[in-house]
Ligand binder design. Structure first.
Ligand SMILES: [Zn+2]
Length: 237
């Protein structure tokens, strides 16, 4: 069957972030939950799609950043849904620390940014993920014909979801705010390159990024190869 994919764009002064609501034969799957201060918009969009308490089978988080996990605890509780993510990012949401397990950080920045998120109302409620998912996990038991791919680079615990039809939800590894490209924040360039190499061997049609519009994987291949090789881009990442 063809999955129905609804893109929910949540916008605030820091930018846009995408949540994806997938309608399956048996219910719904929600990939990422957006900004904490955009809870009402998210709920309205879920409701409009017919997603209610009892039919949201799983919440999947592509990684632990606050712009993707902001409403997870709330929606999980309200809809009675389990939350799944990769364990290398789980302490980010358990401790409320977006720098946990990341390379480029110092104590001052870490404390200041985490505090600022609280002041701005953007800090997600802390929670412990219910399910740890990882490379190769089959999601068909949730009615979602897809597998999990571990694609570190943006964060250690970043995952992608690849459906049997070749739709690929990539979190922030890639983005398309201007054109298909590497995510604007790459924590570990070596991991990033390994993840891109891995994706190059798979049958991927449409990429659904955390930020920006969906795009065809063929459009990305060239720019990402360049990104791995050019000095300018190596500096950027
Ligand atoms: Zn993001």
């Amino acid at each position: 069957m063809t999955l129905e994919i609804k893109t929910i764009v949540l916008k605030n002064y820091l930018g846009n972030v995408n949540c994806y609501l997938i309608k399956t034969d048996t219910g719904f799957i929600l990939i990422d939950t957006g900004w904490a201060n955009k809870r009402k918009e998210l709920e309205k969009e879920l409701e409009r799609a017919g997603c209610t308490s009892g039919n949201l089978e799983l919440i999947i988080l592509t990684h632990g950043d606050f712009d993707h996990t902001g409403n997870s605890a709330y929606i999980g509780k309200k809809f009675g849904s389990k939350i799944a993510m990769q364990s290398d990012d789980s302490r980010m949401v358990e401790n409320g620390d977006m720098f946990w397990n990341r390379k480029k950080t110092n104590v001052f920045t870490r404390t200041a940014v985490n505090a600022l998120l609280g002041i701005l109302g953007l800090r997600p409620d802390r929670f412990k993920p219910d399910i740890s998912i990882d490379e190769g996990d089959d999601l068909s038991k949730y009615g979602f014909n897809a597998v999990v791919l571990h694609i570190p680079g943006h964060s250690k615990g970043s995952i992608g979801i690849l459906t049997t039809e070749g739709d690929f939800f990539c979190g922030d590894l890639l983005e398309n705010t201007d054109k298909p490209a590497a995510g604007s924040i790459i924590d570990d360039p070596m991991d990033f390159n390994a993840s891109i190499e891995k994706l190059g061997k798979l049958e991927i049609n449409t990429v659904y990024p955390g930020h920006g519009k969906p795009f065809q994987m063929t459009l990305l291949t060239k720019s990402c190869k360049k990104l791995q090789m050019s000095k300018e881009n190596r500096r950027k990442i």
